[in-house]
Design a protein. Structure first.
Length: 239
């Protein structure tokens, strides 16, 4: 059986581990250290989109997706680095907007359009999943995620084999990109092993780009702002 570390590194995100998650009612020290999600609204490089109205289709989002040629360096496409659509069933609805950022089917609002791609960087041993999701009111999706972090600093649940998993979320600096952005780091543990992942979401109009990154050694690997900006620029070209 693969370890938690190998599974998370292979897909870069937790959705590959199908489990029923429950938000802890006890915040304790984790809550004190976590704080609210970091957020930037109407940032320095706005796309001009208001976040309400028409949402991009699956096809439009797929065409706007970053390609290995856009990334440069040692980045390469990794078809196995896509987490898929495993759904987490939450005990507390307040947690759904948080989990939805890295597991769209688990969100409080289902996306109108979505596309995703996986990449790996041999030089830095970083795995990255890029997800594009569109909503008729994307601004509210990110705002709800920001608010939900106060209620869900710790998420616990079960994996497909019935083993316990916990997800502890901590604040990270949100990039000043797009119309709105949020970022956090998450530590996933199964009791014997743990993996860190970084989640950064940037809204450009009604499209949200989410980058989820992790490294081979399990340490947090924050999203590259240059890559985030390139993706925002491609989103802006959606007709």
């Amino acid at each position: 059986m693969p370890t938690l570390r190998s599974i998370v590194f292979a897909v870069a995100v937790v959705p590959a581990l199908t489990f029923t998650a429950a938000c802890s009612d006890s915040k304790g020290d984790d809550a004190k250290n976590s704080g609210p999600i970091s957020s930037s609204s109407r940032a320095d490089n706005p796309s001009g989109g208001g976040g309400t109205g028409k949402a991009a289709s699956n096809e439009q989002l797929q065409k706007a997706m970053l390609l290995p040629a856009d990334l440069g360096g040692s980045w390469a496409a990794d078809p196995e680095g896509v987490g898929g659509d495993a759904k987490m069933t939450l005990l507390k609805e307040e947690c759904m907007p948080v989990v939805g950022l890295f597991s769209p089917l688990s969100g409080a609002v289902q996306p109108d359009g979505k596309a995703e791609a996986g990449f790996t960087n041999d030089a830095s041993a970083v795995a990255m999943t890029v997800r594009l999701t569109s909503f008729k009111n994307a601004e509210k999706v990110l705002a709800d995620a920001q608010s939900a972090l106060d209620e869900c600093p710790l998420i616990t649940g079960k994996d497909a084999d019935g083993g316990s998993i916990s997800l502890t979320v901590t604040t990270a600096a949100a990039p000043k990109l797009g119309d709105q952005s949020v970022a956090f780091a998450a530590n996933i543990s199964d009791g014997s092993d743990s993996v860190h992942m970084s989640v950064t979401a940037v809204r450009a109009g009604n499209t949200v780009e989410t980058m989820v990154t992790t490294s081979a050694d399990g340490a947090a690997a924050p999203a590259d702002e240059t890559l985030l900006k390139k993706q925002v620029e491609k989103i802006a070209q959606i007709g």
